[in-house]
Write a protein that binds this ligand. Structure first.
Ligand code: NAD
Length: 366
């Protein structure tokens, strides 16, 4: 059987630096019976420099064929003045749109060694492990009518929250499937008290739940959800919410865990012919131009994104857990990139030393 395929798109800024460390993990797995067919291509400013567009058509076509796309980051000051249509971010948005990646998975996991970095008290976040599933392709960011219109003697800005049953349902199924692989608890968040789309959301999620009797479903208004996330975040397992609320709630939950350099994400679409979902994995952070080329970037977010690929695209849950445990062990041993240093000091390791430490921890785990 052919090896599973991965398309790596390192992108701009620190993207290539952190992706080099992921390559070390891929090589380590390859030497231990889990080989991948890895190809690499350009996205963002790097693609613009070569092709005049932030994502070439051939790259897009290739992304549609592989089992998973792994993306670093796009953007940077050199591209800030480009026309909107060719800005680096357009490459990323094209991938999400054309692959129809409707479920955005944002874990908020707090490694014990980093509990002091959270804005909340360590006991509230230590051991935290939440998964937020945000519907990514519909809702108020896409609904029509939209625009700024003249009305009487002033202008009005309009955006439309619009959800069809099928859009709610497919994301809900992704969220329930995830809950089945975790603690079997799902909290759906909307504002059914003031929004019709919220009423429909609640009805559809309740209907889908009949297919997942083992999962305990609860409903919460999204504003209360925001409060609960900062009051007692450990009460949640999986949260399913719409595009707008998910945008805000996932950033809020992410900050509970400390550093941007630790946050992975996955975006999943419909199953392909081989049963694997269309998928793209990427760290939450951007291209960090302020530290590019200095060996300061923390590669953990990108490495943990690859762990999500192992779990959700390649059915290698044990290897994913091993990789996450390796990252946790390295942090527990006090190995830190600069972004994870406390004010009192110590000396940080470089991007490459962090990657090496994770691979060494993987090796030691055998
Ligand atoms: P950013 O995430 O690049 O950086 C914010 C801060 O966090 C910076 O101080 C940076 O040094 C630090 N940081 C980020 N990742 C880090 C890591 N792995 N290790 C250590 N420190 C890290 O956000 P920004 O500065 O607002 O944006 C910079 C560029 O990235 C912009 O062009 C923006 O459009 C782009 N961007 C891209 C994505 C993406 O590709 N998904 C996401 C956000 C921003």
């Amino acid at each position: 059987m052919a090896n599973p395929s991965i398309l790596i798109l390192p992108g701009d800024g620190i993207g290539p630096e952190v992706m080099t460390e992921v390559r070390k993990v891929i090589d380590w797995l390859g030497a231990r019976g889990h080989a991948f067919d890895v190809s690499e291509d350009l996205v963002g400013g790097a693609a613009y420099d070569k092709h005049g567009v932030p994502l070439a058509d051939e790259t897009m076509a290739h992304a549609q064929e592989v089992d998973a796309v792994l993306l670093g980051a796009v953007g940077g000051p050199a591209y800030d003045d480009l026309d909107f249509s060719v800005k680096p971010e357009r490459g990323l948005l094209r991938l999400r749109k054309e692959m129809d990646l409707f479920a955005n998975l944002r874990p908020a996991q707090c490694f014990d060694a980093l509990a002091d970095f959270s804005s909340l008290k360590p006991e509230l976040v230590s051991g935290l492990d939440i998964m937020i599933v945000r519907e990514l392709t519909a809702g108020v960011y896409f609904g029509e009518p939209r625009g700024i219109f003249e009305e009487g003697n002033e202008r009005v800005g309009i955006n439309t929250q619009r959800y069809s049953e099928s859009e709610i349902e497919r994301g809900a199924r992704a969220a329930f499937e995830l809950a089945m692989k975790r603690d079997k608890r799902l909290c759906s968040m909307e504002k059914a008290n003031v929004m019709e789309s919220g009423i429909l959301w609640r009805e559809v999620v309740t209907e889908v739940s009949k297919d997942y009797p083992e999962v305990e479903l609860s409903h919460m208004y999204a504003d209360n959800g925001a409060m609960q996330l900062v009051r007692a975040p450990k009460q949640f397992d999986v949260i399913y919410t719409d595009n707008l609320f998910g945008d805000i709630l996932s950033d809020c939950a992410a900050m509970l865990t400390g550093s941007l350099g630790m946050l992975p994400s996955a975006s999943l679409g419909a199953p392909m012919a081989n049963g694997r979902p269309k998928a793209m994995y990427e760290p939450v952070h951007g291209s960090a131009p302020d530290i590019t080329g200095q060996g300061k970037a923390n590669p953990c977010a990108c490495i943990l994104s690859f762990a999500m690929a192992l779990r959700y695209s390649f059915d290698l849950g044990d290897e994913a857990t091993r990789l996450e445990a390796a990252v946790e062990k390295v942090l527990a041993d006090g190995v830190r990139t600069a972004d994870l240093m406390q004010a009192e000091g110590g000396s940080p390791v470089s991007t490459s030393e962090m990657g090496d430490a994770v691979v060494a921890a993987l090796e030691a785990s055998l």
